[in-house]
Design a protein. Structure first.
Length: 453
């Protein structure tokens, strides 16, 4: 069963149930009020009748008194203690055959006579001979019956009108709800057939659940498209960048195959080149995998970090690993809200780059002000020409191809650094002067929010 049909049937039957229960309640309340009103009127007339009967002196006057107080379209019956009728007057034919049934505790009795409700009241009266007799007053509720019939017609009409309105409303509601879903299904089908990541149009000011569903779908499609593009780019980059080291390895392997190890110099050169290119390939693949992961929705854990202590321990690790001189300028502690592990990774990448492209010491400076914390990493290498600075974050971009091969650079380090900086919301800037060196600045703003996401 289609969703629109389910909505239509459910809303229609629910409306029918609610209207039916409400109309039944209205009908019975009105009926009860109408009967109570008629009872009060008939009860007052019966009290007047009993008062008149109590004052009569001879029994022959009883019939006259009964005719005086008899209800219009009704009857009055007087029974003795044995239940036998002593006197009966009526204004409706055949009503003498009707015997009301009185329940214990009920003020009056409602029965049906010739299809019309009849109200009956029973009260005791002291007769002229001193006996206690029973006076039964009966009245046909013709007007009440007409009013109840009219009320039934009104309630049925209201129910039908309500059902019609609800049916139209449920159809419109079904279209409102299923419209975006149909659009979503059609877009998904088109995406499946065409292989493209199509999106659906969402109202700019839409804030309801349907609009949120559309926004979530578009975000999902955008993320899928990004992941697909990253996969394609990864395959393209891998095939392109691994081609050169594989060609070098193949060439030296063929050289070894031709000359064998008879020429020691050629053999050593070949083996060294193969080892070098293999190490470079390993490093490149590792960085390419890291870069492919860098844009995923990884958990970012923002916490209070002593940046001075982090930089100090990172520099000590770099000194131990490479036996190079790393200088630190600044005073600690300096606290900032950031992701500890990802900032540590960012520092390792930038310090490793500075180490590769500079033979002298690496200087790191920490400064703190009211806006945030700045980490500056300075090397005294050859520097980067101005025309190359704008491409420095591009994947596989190399300022000096020969130098990159000598240092084992892959051209991916700064691209990874930029992605990490973006993910942890820090600002990365580069200043460089050819012949003097390069300085990379990491700025951590103070308005970072402590959270995990």
């Amino acid at each position: 069963m289609r969703l629109k049909t389910k909505i239509h049937l459910f809303s229609t039957f629910l409306t029918l149930f609610i209207l039916s229960m409400m109309n039944i309640g209205v009908y019975f309340i009105f009926e009860k009020m109408a009967y109570d009103t008629e009872y009060n009127q008939l009860n007052a007339e019966t009290d007047e009748l009993i008062k008149a009967l109590s004052k009569m002196e001879v029994e022959e006057d009883a019939a006259t008194i009964l005719r005086t107080f008899i209800p219009s379209k009704g009857a009055v019956r007087v029974n003795n203690r044995k239940g036998e009728t002593k006197l009966f007057v009526q204004t409706v034919d055949d009503v003498n055959n009707y015997q009301p049934k009185f329940e214990v505790g009920e003020r009056y009795s409602i029965g049906i006579f010739q299809g019309i409700p009849i109200l009956s009241i029973s009260k005791p009266v002291i007769w002229v001979d001193g006996e206690v007799n029973e006076v039964q007053t009966m009245k046909l509720l013709v007007e009440v019956n007409k009013n109840l019939d009219f009320l039934r017609l009104i309630l049925i009409g209201v129910t039908l009108a309500g059902m019609l309105i609800m049916a139209i409303s449920s159809i419109m509601l079904g279209k409102i709800i299923t419209g975006p879903i149909k659009k979503l299904i059609n877009t998904m089908s088109q995406s499946r057939v065409s292989g493209k990541y199509k999106k659906i149009s969402v109202p700019a000011n839409g804030k309801d659940e349907m609009a949120q569903m559309g926004i979530a779908f578009n975000e999902m499609m955008e993320q899928l498209e990004q992941n697909y593009n990253k996969q394609e780019q990864f395959v393209s980059d891998a095939s392109h960048e691994l081609k050169t080291p594989l060609t070098v390895i193949e060439s030296y392997a063929k050289l070894l195959a031709r000359h064998g190890f008879r020429n020691t110099e050629i053999a050593k050169e070949s083996v060294q080149a193969i080892i070098s290119e293999t190490s470079r390939m390993k490093e490149m693949i590792s960085q390419m995998l890291l870069l492919a992961k860098s844009n995923e929705q990884l958990v970012r854990s923002i916490e209070v970090v002593d940046v001075f202590e982090l930089v100090e321990t990172t520099l000590q690790s770099m000194h131990t690993a490479y036996n190079r001189k790393f200088l630190l300028t600044g005073e600690g502690p300096i606290y900032a809200n950031t992701d500890l592990e990802q900032l540590r990774q960012l520092l390792f990448i930038l310090l490793d780059n500075a180490r590769k492209y500079s033979e002298k010491e690496i200087k790191t400076t920490l400064l703190e002000n009211e806006l945030g914390t700045k980490i500056s990493i300075m090397d005294y290498g050859n520097g980067i020409p101005k025309k190359d600075l704008e491409h420095i974050y591009n994947r596989f971009y190399r300022v000096d191809e020969d130098r990159n091969r000598k240092t084992g650079g892959t051209g991916l380090g700064m691209a990874i650094a930029k992605d990490i900086a973006t993910r942890i919301s820090v600002e990365l800037t580069i200043e460089s002067v050819v012949g003097f060196g390069t300085t990379v600045h990491i700025f951590i703003p103070k308005d970072q929010i402590l959270s995990n996401f």
